[in-house]
Design a protein around this ligand. Structure first.
Ligand code: ADP
Ligand code: ZN
Ligand code: ZN
Length: 723
C-alpha cells in the first residue's frame, strides 16, 4: 500500500504530496488523515506529515519510494471529510496544504483524559436561594456567583465554575463541606438538561418553523432580529429538534460574548450534551471536548471560529451568532471566512446554516436581498417592558463654539450626573481603534492627513507627524490648515485619559477601565465585566470590547466619544464598521428595568452611519451603503483579492508586485497598486499590496492560481479574498 503525504514544511515549493510506502505492520492502522513520521530529504531527517490519500499504485520506481517510519502516538487522525475541507480551504484562500490541515484540526496533542466532573445541588432550590440572597447581601460576590445558577437548576459543570465563572476551589469546597453541593462524575449520571424554559412568541415560533421546514433546500438562513428579540431562544429551540433527530449542532459565538452566562444558558437546556471551547483553554481540555464530540457524547459545541471544525459524526446545524463580527475572519493563513467554510461544511453533510445578527454584515444582508439567503426577521423585543433606548447625537463643533472645551459635551456631563445620582451605571465607549496619535481640529473637525495618501498622520513624541503609508513627515502645525483655528490637539489619547477626566469631573464616582492594557491576564475581561456587573464601579470606560454583547441590568447610559474616528480609516468598509460599533453600543443601555440613554459625540453628525446607528435603523443604513459599494465596485457587489508581498529589498519587492499585477490585469480585472501596506515595513521587512477587483470570484481565483505559479527570490506572497 502507498500513501500520499503532506509534509510539515513551510517552503512553498515543497507544498505538494510525496508518496511513501506503508509498511505491512501499519496497513490496518493508517487511514486518510493519519499523522505519520517520515524520512525526508537527502539526510532522511524525520518529519511529520499527514496522509491525504491511499492507493496501491506506486508513482515512481519502487526502490526509490521511502517508507513511513511510524505513527506518532501523540497525534490524532483527521477524518476524510476534514481532509477534504482542508483542501477546499487551501484552494479558496491560498496558503499551504499543511497550514490548511492544521486549521481543521485545532487540537494536535493527545493528553491524559480527565474524568468530567459536575457540581450537583444536594438541597432544595429554596434553601439555596436563601443562602444565595444572604451572600448577595453580605457582598460575597464569588459565593453569590456560584450559587445563583443552583437557584434554578440542579447541575453545573465543575470546570465552568473554576474557569469562566472565576470561583475558587476553596469556595466550592466550603459548600461541599456544608452538604449543599457535591461533585459527581459524568459516568455516574448524565444530566439531560431542562429544555427550553420560555414559551416562544409568535415571531420566534415562526422563525423556528421556517428553519426546520426549509432547511433541506440548501439555502442558509439569515436571522435578522433586533437586540433582545430572543434570537438565542430560537437557536436553542432549533437545536433541540436537531438533537431529537440524533444529529449535532455547532454554535459559533464571538469569543468576547462567550461568557459563563451564555454557556450556562445552553447547559440549562441540554445539560451534559453541551461542550464548549475557547481560545484560552488548555490544549488538553480542548482535546477532550473534541474527542467527546467525535464519539457522540456531546451534541452541541459552542465556541469561537475554531469550533467550526468540531468532528461531529452527523452534523445537522451550524449557527453563527453576531455574524457580522470580524473575528469570524481568520487573520493568519489560511485567511478563511467562517461563514463560507460553514456553508461548505454544511453543504457536504446536508446540515443547515443559520446566521444571526441585530445588524447583519452588508454582505449577508445583500445575499438575503438577492435571494441567496432566506431572510427571517424578529422585530420585537422578547421581554415585555424592555424598550429600545433613545439616542442623541451631539455635534462637538457646536460645543466648542459655545465655549465648552471639555471632551464631554454638556449633554453627556448632565446625563452622567443624573445617572450617578440615580445610583445607576454608565459606560463610556471610546471609539479610538488604531488611532492613537491622530491630530484633529476641535473647531472644524478636520484631521491632519498626508498630502499624498489621504490617511491621517500620526504624531510622534518628537513633535513630528508621519504618514504610515508613505513615510512623509511634517512638523506639527500651530493652527489648523483648514480653518486656522488654534485648537488642534492629539486625540487618540486613549481610555486612560478619559478615566482621568471622569475622575476629575466626578470625584466621587468609582471608575473602571477596560482596554487592551487592563485585560491582559488569563481571565482579564471576564474579571472586569463581572466586577462591573456586581456594581463595583459606577462608570466603565473602555474600547470596543465594552460594546460587544454584554447585558448589564443597571446600565442606563452609554456615552460614545469620538464616534466618527473609525470613519477615517481608509478601508471601503469603514462606514459599515462604524455603524456596527455604534449600533451595538446603542443597544447596550437600558436592557432591563430602566429606560436607557445613548449620547453619541461626533464631528460628523450628518454621516449616515451615525444617523442610522442612533436611530437603530439598519435597512436605511444598508441602502446607503450598498449604493456606495455598487458605484465603487466594492464587495459584496464585486469580488476583491488582496495580494500582500513581503521582502527585505523594497525595490525588488516593488518590481515583483508590478510583475504580478501585469500578469493578471485584463478587461475584467481591475488592478490597484502596488502601494505600501498600511504599515510600510515591520522589522525591516517591507510590505506592499495589490488590490484586484472583479465581478466574478471565479476569475479572481484563476488569477490567484496564476500568481501562485510565479516565484521571486526572497519574496513571499500572501492572498486574501474579500467578497
Ligand atoms: P438576542 O440574542 O436576540 O439579543 P436573547 O435571546 O438574549 O436576545 O433574549 C433577550 C432576553 O429575552 C433574554 O433574557 C431571554 O431570556 C428573553 N426572552 C427571549 N425570548 C423570550 C420569550 N419568548 N419569552 C420571555 N422571555 C424571552
Ligand atoms: Zn503619505
Ligand atoms: Zn480646523
Amino acid at each position: 500500500m502507498y500513501a500520499d503525504v503532506i509534509i510539515d514544511i513551510s517552503a512553498k515549493s515543497l507544498d505538494r504530496v510525496f508518496q511513501y510506502r506503508v509498511p505491512e505492520a501499519l496497513e490496518d492502522i493508517v487511514s486518510v488523515g493519519t499523522a505519520v513520521q517520515i524520512p525526508f530529504g537527502k539526510g532522511n531527517s524525520l518529519r511529520k506529515g499527514y496522509i491525504v490519500s491511499l492507493g496501491t499504485e506506486p508513482k515512481y520506481e519502487v526502490s526509490r519510494i521511502k517508507e513511513i517510519v511510524a505513527i506518532p502516538k501523540k497525534d490524532l487522525t483527521i477524518e476524510d471529510t476534514m481532509v477534504g475541507l482542508a483542501q477546499w480551504i487551501r484552494e479558496q484562500y491560498g496558503g499551504t496544504q499543511y497550514e490548511a490541515l492544521r486549521t481543521v484540526i485545532p487540537v494536535h496533542e493527545k493528553v491524559q483524559k480527565k474524568a468530567k466532573r459536575i457540581l450537583r445541588r444536594l438541597t432544595s432550590a429554596e434553601e439555596i436561594y436563601a443562602v444565595y440572597m444572604s451572600a448577595v447581601n453580605k457582598k460575597h460576590k464569588a459565593k453569590a456567583r456560584l450559587l445563583e445558577p443552583f437557584c434554578t437548576q440542579d447541575f453545573i459543570p465543575y470546570e465552568l465554575a473554576t474557569g469562566k465563572m472565576n470561583v475558587t476551589k476553596a469556595t466550592i469546597d466550603y459548600y461541599i463541606g456544608q452538604g449543599m453541593l457535591a461533585v459527581v462524575e459524568t459516568r455516574d449520571e448524565l444530566y439531560e438538561g431542562d429544555g427550553l424554559t420560555v414559551t416562544l412568541n409568535e415571531e420566534q415560533d415562526e422563525a423556528v418553523r421556517t428553519v426546520l421546514e426549509k432547511r433541506y433546500l440548501g439555502k442558509p438562513f439569515l436571522l435578522f432580529g433586533i437586540t433582545g428579540s430572543g434570537k438565542t431562544e430560537v437557536y436553542l429551540k432549533i437545536i433541540e429538534q436537531i438533537i431529537a433527530e440524533g444529529k449535532q449542532a455547532i454554535c459559533l459565538i464571538p469569543e468576547i460574548a462567550l461568557t459563563y452566562q451564555t454557556v450556562l444558558r445552553f447547559y440549562r437546556c441540554f445539560g451534559d450534551r453541551v461542550g464548549y471551547v475557547h481560545s484560552k483553554m488548555a490544549a488538553g481540555d480542548r482535546y477532550e471536548q473534541f474527542e467527546r464530540a467525535r464519539k457522540g457524547e456531546i451534541s452541541v459545541m459552542i465556541g469561537p471560529r475554531s469550533a467550526l471544525f468540531t468532528p461531529f459524526p452527523n452534523l445537522g446545524l451550524i449557527v453563527i451568532d453576531e455574524e457580522q463580527e470580524r473575528t469570524y475572519h481568520s487573520e493568519s493563513a489560511p485567511k478563511y471566512y467562517a461563514d463560507e467554510v460553514a456553508k461548505k461544511r454544511a453543504a457536504d453533510c446536508g446540515a443547515a446554516v443559520v446566521l444571526g445578527s441585530a445588524t447583519p454584515s452588508v454582505k449577508s444582508y445583500y445575499l438575503a436581498k438577492t435571494g441567496e439567503y432566506e431572510l427571517i426577521k424578529l422585530t420585537k423585543r422578547a421581554k415585555t417592558g424592555a424598550a429600545l433606548p433613545s439616542a442623541t447625537i451631539v455635534d462637538m463643533r457646536e460645543e466648542l463654539a459655545a465655549g465648552n472645551r471639555s471632551i464631554f459635551s454638556r449633554a453627556l456631563k448632565q446625563a452622567l450626573a443624573d445617572c450617578l445620582s440615580n445610583k445607576q451605571q454608565a459606560m463610556l465607549f471610546l471609539n479610538r481603534r488604531g488611532y492613537s496619535g491622530m491630530v484633529s481640529c476641535r473647531s472644524c473637525g478636520e484631521a491632519i492627513t498626508c498630502p499624498h495618501c489621504d490617511v491621517t498622520m500620526t504624531l510622534h513624541r518628537s513633535g513630528r507627524m508621519q504618514c504610515h503609508y508613505c513615510g512623509h513627515t511634517i512638523q506639527l502645525p500651530d493652527v489648523c490648515p483648514n480653518c486656522q483655528s488654534k485648537y488642534i490637539a492629539a486625540f487618540g489619547t486613549g481610555t486612560q485619559k478619559i478615566e482621568d477626566f471622569v475622575k476629575k469631573e466626578f470625584p466621587d464616582a468609582r471608575v473602571m477601565r477596560m482596554d487592551a492594557d487592563t485585560t491582559k491576564g488569563k481571565d482579564g475581561y471576564e474579571t472586569i465585566l463581572s466586577a462591573f456587573s456586581e456594581g463595583k464601579a459606577d462608570i466603565l470606560v473602555g474600547t470596543q470590547m465594552i460594546v460587544k454583547g454584554h447585558d448589564f441590568t443597571n446600565v442606563t447610559l452609554m456615552g460614545v466619544l469620538m464616534a466618527d474616528m473609525s470613519l477615517g480609516v481608509s478601508e471601503y468598509s469603514a462606514a459599515e464598521r462604524t455603524f456596527h460599533l455604534l449600533a451595538q453600543a446603542a443597544g447596550r443601555a437600558g436592557r432591563d428595568r430602566y429606560p436607557g440613554r445613548v449620547i453619541i459625540q461626533t464631528y460628523r453628525p450628518e454621516h449616515y452611519a451615525l444617523q442610522c446607528a442612533a436611530a437603530q435603523d439598519y435597512p436605511t443604513f444598508f441602502e446607503e451603503e450598498i449604493g456606495f459599494r455598487k458605484l465603487a465596485k466594492y464587495p459584496p457587489c464585486a469580488s476583491m483579492l488582496k495580494v500582500l508581498g513581503l521582502g527585505r529589498d523594497e525595490g525588488k519587492l516593488s518590481e515583483a508586485m508590478k510583475a504580478l499585477g501585469e500578469t493578471v490585469r485584463d478587461e475584467t480585472i481591475t488592478v490597484l497598486g502596488p502601494t505600501p501596506d498600511f504599515v510600510r515595513f515591520t522589522q525591516d521587512v517591507y510590505r506592499q499590496v495589490l488590490y484586484l477587483k472583479c465581478a466574478e470570484r471565479a476569475q479572481l481565483k484563476a488569477a490567484k492560481d496564476r500568481m501562485e505559479q510565479m516565484h521571486f527570490d526572497n519574496i513571499s506572497i500572501q492572498f486574501e479574498f474579500d467578497n
